[in-house]
Design a protein around this ligand. Sequence first.
Ligand code: IMP
Ligand code: MG
Length: 192
Amino acid sequence: MLEKHELVEKILLSTDVINNKIIELAKSVNSYYKDNKEPIILVGILRGCLPFLSQFMLNLKIDCLVDFMYVESYLGKTKAVNKPKIRMDVINNVKGRDLLIVEDIIDSGNSLFKIRDHLQELGAKSVKIITLLDKKSKRVAKIEADWYGFEVSDHFLVGYGLDYDEKLRNLPYVGIANLNKIAILEKRKKSS
Ligand code: IMP
Ligand code: MG
């Protein structure tokens, strides 16, 4: 039995369920890129991508390079900002290359829209998107993942890379955050 963190209301996706899904996703990605002449470049979006990216790449049989971008999309603790900012760019020359963006979750899609646009401007040959989680009902930007693990409803989720105030990324499962407990914590912090 997984031990539930006190700020988690409910475990939504266990480690086993996530791992099995990642194996499936990797199979599909392997077959999509199987005839590629040049290695694809995985572009992990820091920092939420880390657990998903590491598990995913271990299941890839195609040749790949790994790169990262860091995009700031959250201003407060649980609310996104409309205008995401690129804080860290890719290091590889991506001109003429096949890129696969690796995300933890797509919400409004604003961050990914900006990222994809940026990578296309750098001259990428193709830019595909894989995300572990997809909050399809929250989409604002016109963007869809090419592969997604799970469609999730509009809850604030934590774990397996997803954070609350930069914490809880290390939980080995995806859980629904207990917003009442988080609100109490915030109040306490403010008054101390
Ligand atoms: P978007 O630009 O609204 O699509 O937001 C994307 C980013 O917001 C994701 O890459 C996550 O880092 C973060 N995010 C979205 N939903 C959640 C959530 O439920 N918990 C934690 N982080 C989230
Ligand atoms: Mg993210």
